[in-house]
Design a protein around this ligand. Sequence first.
Ligand SMILES: [Fe+2]
Length: 285
Amino acid sequence: MTLKITPFDAPIGAEVTGVDLRNPLDQSEIDEIYQAWLDHIVLIFRDQSLSKDEQVAFAGYFGDVGVRATPKREQNEVANGYDGTIMLVTNQRDEKGNYIGSLQDGEMWFHHDMSYKPEPHKATLLYALRLPSTGGNTKFANQYLAYDNVPAEIKERVGARKVLQAYNFTMLEKIDPKDGLEGIQHQWQPTFVKHPETGRTALYISRLISALIEDLPREESDEILGQLIEIAEDPSIVYEHVWRDGDLAMWDNRCSTHARTDFPADETRLLRRCTLEGTAMIGAA
Ligand SMILES: [Fe+2]
C-alpha cells in the first residue's frame, strides 16, 4: 500500500488512502501526513478499523492527546470506563436508558472545538463507528478563506478587538452575555488569529460560541458578529462530509469550523473523538 493524499474538489479537505492506521508509521509518513493536514486543514482517512487505543496511538504521532473540557464527573464516557480523553459523539443509550456519550441528537451549529478555553486543542480526530441511514454529515468551513472575504472596513473596525467565546454545551443556541457568565466556560479570543505553524491569518468566529465583541455597544457587536458569521459559513468555503463506515477525520481547529446536519432521532449515530493539545491563540497583527 502507498500513502496517497487526494485533495477534495472543495475549498477544504483531502482524502487519505493507502495506509492502515493500526500499523506503526515511519517518520516520512508522519511528516507527509502532518504537512498535508496543515495544507488541507481536514484529512479524511478512508477504510480504517481502529480500536480506541489505536486511534489514540495514531493521534499521538502529532502531539499530546488532549484532556476534555467537561469535568470528569459530568462525562457519561467516564461512567462507561473511559479516562477523560475520549468523547463518544452519540445518541446511543445504555440498557437503563442513559446516554453513553455526548452531543447526542440532531443538528449542531458551526463552531471551533474548545474556542472557549485559554488553550484550545489544535486538532480533533473523529472516527465513525455507526452511522444513520441519512444525515449527520459534518460541514467544514475554511477560515483562512473566510478571513480573505472579510471586507476591509470590518477588518479595520474589529481587527484589534477580542471576542467573547462562551459555551453552555447546547448545540443550537448561544449564550446571551446579558444573562452573565456564571457557570459558563468562556474566554476572550482574538477576532483574527495567526496560525502558529502556517503563519496564515484565519477568522476566529462561530455561530455557536462567539457571543460579544469587546468594547462595542451590544447592538453594534451583534450586527458585526452577524456579518462575520455569514462570512464564516458561506457555502463557497464549505465542504460537507458524508461519512462512510471506517472514516477517520482529523481537522485543524485553528483555521476551520465545523457543523453537523440533522439526522433521524430514531437511528443511532456513534463516533469516537479524541483531540490534541494546543496553545493560546495569537492575534493577527
Ligand atoms: Fe465540534
